[in-house]
Design a protein around this ligand. Structure first.
Ligand code: PEP
Length: 251
């Protein structure tokens, strides 16, 4: 089965209305001949503005988080999947390492959010990854296996067949220090193998994105990995030209 590359931007808590407008204008102008799927996840308050600015360009918009609760109700400050779908979102990032580390999101919460996103018709981009300490202690595979196990323990096959997984080594996020293409491919092959042990069909179709200091000058080498199906990009997604250059590197 062939998998279409996905290039996803994560603006985190950055940007303002003027930056969203300029980015949307420039990405819409440059998107025409790019064959990879493109997605940009901006702060909730700018999602509709970004979608309007992108107009008919084939670039999806997404959220950086979603409530674990499906039904509307007394959950102050939360935004559920139905609300995101209602304003045109197609994706939501789930379990980014910053959410796990700063907001206490456990594997169980990440799985609940994954379920909630799929229930609302969204594609969750579920983030997994190890710390530098864990890598140096040779625990990378054990940490990733546990994160994948937790997801498969709580979510059913229908949900899991709608999921994108982003491998984001925490030591590479926002540090300028990317995994090498060989390290990324080795981990992606391991992840696909772990998933294949549970469900061979999902393993074949699931998109495995790499995230961690992806830039225009390292993107093509990272994308050469047979199991690297695109990227989740932080810093380099804030500017239209670097975002588009990375998308072009995906073919
Ligand atoms: C991220 O935010 O998920 C990320 C990978 O950031 P950066 O590309 O800046 O390392």
């Amino acid at each position: 089965m062939s998998r279409t590359m996905l290039i996803a931007g994560n603006w985190k808590m950055n940007g303002d209305a003027a930056q969203v407008d300029a980015f949307a204008r420039d990405v819409a102008a440059g998107a025409a001949n790019i064959s990879a799927d493109m997605l940009v996840c901006v702060p909730f308050v700018y999602i509709e503005r970004l979608a309007a600015g992108l107009g008919g360009a084939s670039v999806a918009v997404g959220a950086q988080n979603v409530a674990a609760e499906v039904e509307a109700g007394a959950f102050t400050g939360e935004v559920n999947g139905a609300m995101l779908a209602d304003i045109g979102c197609r994706y939501a990032i789930v379990g980014h390492s910053e959410r796990r580390a700063l907001y206490g999101e456990t594997d169980a919460v990440v799985a609940a959010k994954t379920d909630a996103a799929v229930a609302a018709g969204l594609t969750p981009i579920v983030c997994v990854g190890e710390t530098l300490e864990q890598r140096e202690a040779d625990q990378t595979e054990a940490v990733l296996a546990a994160q994948i196990d937790a997801l498969f323990a709580q979510c059913d096959a229908r949900t899991l067949s709608a999921v994108v997984i982003a491998y984001e080594p925490i030591w590479a996020i926002g540090t300028g220090r990317s995994a090498s293409p060989e390290q990324a491919q080795a981990v992606h092959a391991f992840l696909r193998g772990q998933i294949a042990d549970k469900d061979a069909t999902i393993a074949e179709s699931v998109l495995l994105l790499y995230g961690g200091s992806v830039k225009p000058d390292n993107a093509a080498a990272l994308f050469a990995g047979a199991d690297v199906d695109g990227a989740l990009i932080g810093g380099a997604s804030l500017k239209a030209d670097s975002f588009l250059d990375i998308a072009r590197a995906a073919g």
